[in-house]
Design a protein around this ligand. Structure first.
Ligand code: GLY
Length: 361
C-alpha cells in the first residue's frame, strides 16, 4: 500500500492518502486504531449499495442501521438531499461522536463531506472513492459542496477528511465511460504541473485505457501526489490551488448548461481545449503544443468540441457565476506551456467568444 501525505495547517489536520489493490480491509484496521470509540456510519448511493453490500457489512463491518443510502446521480448533490440525509441521521440518533465514511464517487464524497462539515458543527469523515475521478481529484483536498440552481458547487466548505482510501480494485466495477471521465482530470494534473508525466500518459495510453493495473496504480499515485502538493501549498485556494481549475471555467458552464448530462470530465476536456485556444491567442502556448494536447484528448476518447445545443453566449453568461470570478468578471487558469499553469488571468470577452465560436460541433 502506498501512502501520500496531504499537509494541512495546523499540522494535526494532516492526513494520508492510502493507495493499493484490495485494501478495503485496511480501512477497518485504521478505524479500530484511531477511531475505536466512535459510532461508524456510512453514506453511499443506491448503485454502490447494490454492488458492495457484502463488503460494507463484511470487510467494513458496518451494521445495517448505520448505512445511509441516497439515489445515484448528480441531482442528489443538492441542499434538499443534504437536508434529507441530515434528517435521517437525526432520526437514527447519529450524534457528534460519529465518524462518517463516504463510499462512492464524487457526488457521495462532495455531498457526504459537506454533511460531515456541518452536522453537529462538524464530525470526522473518511473518503473511500470508487470512481477514477473521485480518486484523483474530488476526494482529496477538502472541497465539499452541493450544487445550486445557478451553478455547480456553489454552496460548500473546505473540510478535510481524516484519510482517503483508494482501493484500485473498485475500478473493476466502473463503466469505461466513467473511467474515461476520470482520465480527463488525470490529463489536467499532468498539464498543469508535470510535462514528464504528460509524456508518460501519452506513451502508455493504450495500457491506461485497458486498465493495466501497474500503470493505473502509477498514474493514480502521480496524480494524487500533484493534487496533494498543490493543496498542501494552498489549502483554501488563495492562489496556487486555482490551477486545479484549469479547463473548469468553461467546463463547469458547459456541464451546468447540459443539465449535467455531459459528465464532469467530458465537460472539462472541452473546457481544456477551449482554454488552450485562449492560451494560444495570448501567446502562452504554441499552436504545436495546443494541437498535441487536442490530439491526445481525442485519442483518449474524450470530447473537445461544444455540442450544438449549447450556445456560446449562454456559456459566457454562466461565467460570471464561476467561483473564481471577481465582481462578475471571469478569471481563468490557463497553461503557459505544457506542465505549467497561470491563474487569475482576465481574458477579453471577444477572445473568449472567438475561442468558443470556433469549437462548436
Ligand atoms: N477540483 C479542484 C480542487 O480541488 O481545487
Amino acid at each position: 500500500m502506498t501512502e501520500i501525505k496531504v499537509e494541512i495547517k495546523p499540522q494535526d489536520n494532516d492526513y494520508k492518502i492510502f493507495i493499493g489493490y484490495n485494501i478495503l480491509t485496511e480501512i477497518r484496521k485504521f478505524i479500530d486504531k484511531y477511531f475505536s470509540k466512535k459510532r461508524i456510519v456510512l453514506l453511499c448511493d443506491s448503485n454502490i449499495k447494490k454492488i458492495y453490500k457484502d463488503i460494507i457489512t463484511g470487510d467494513l463491518e458496518i451494521s445495517k442501521n448505520n448505512i445511509f443510502v441516497f439515489p445515484k446521480g448528480e441531482s442528489s448533490k443538492s441542499t434538499k438531499m443534504k437536508e434529507k440525509i441530515e434528517t435521517d441521521f437525526l432520526n437514527h440518533e447519529v450524534d457528534r461522536n460519529s465518524l462518517l465514511l463516504t463510499f462512492g464517487g464524487g457526488v457521495t464524497g462532495d455531498l457526504g463531506g459537506f454533511i460531515a462539515a456541518t452536522y453537529y458543527r462538524g464530525i470526522p469523515f473518511i473518503q473511500i472513492p470508487t470512481s477514477l475521478l473521485a480518486m484523483v481529484d474530488s476526494s482529496i483536498g477538502g472541497k465539499v459542496a452541493v450544487n445550486h440552481n445557478m451553478g455547480k458547487n456553489l454552496i460548500g466548505a473546505f473540510y478535510q477528511p481524516k484519510a482517503v482510501f483508494i482501493d484500485t480494485k473498485t475500478l473493476e466495477t466502473l463503466p469505461q465511460k466513467e473511467y474515461i471521465n476520470g482520465f480527463s482530470e488525470i490529463i489536467k494534473t499532468a498539464l498543469i504541473r508535470d510535462k514528464k508525466y504528460f509524456i508518460f500518459l501519452k506513451e502508455n495510453l493504450e495500457l491506461i485505457l485497458k486498465r493495466d493495473i501497474n500503470i493505473v496504480q502509477k498514474m493514480i499515485k502521480r496524480s494524487c501526489e500533484i493534487k496533494a502538493e498543490v493543496v498542501s501549498l494552498d489549502e483554501k485556494e488563495g492562489g496556487l490551488r486555482k490551477i486545479l481549475n484549469y479547463g473548469h471555467t468553461i467546463g463547469h458552464a458547459i456541464e451546468k448548461l447540459s443539465n449535467y448530462k455531459i459528465h464532469h470530465g467530458f465537460a472539462v476536456s472541452i473546457g481544456m481545449n477551449i482554454e488552450n485556444r485562449i492560451a494560444e491567442s495570448q501567446g502562452l502556448i504554441s499552436s504545436m503544443e495546443r494541437k498535441e494536447i487536442e490530439e491526445f484528448i481525442i485519442r483518449s476518447g474524450l470530447p473537445v468540441k461544444i455540442p450544438k445545443n449549447i450556445q456560446p453566449d449562454d456559456i459566457i453568461k454562466k461565467l460570471k457565476y464561476d467561483k473564481k470570478s471577481v465582481s462578475g468578471i471571469p478569471r481563468f487558469s490557463i497553461l503557459k506551456g505544457i506542465g505549467n499553469c497561470l491563474f487569475d488571468i482576465e481574458v477579453d470577452k471577444t477572445v473568449i467568444k472567438s475561442s468558443l465560436n470556433n469549437q462548436i460541433l
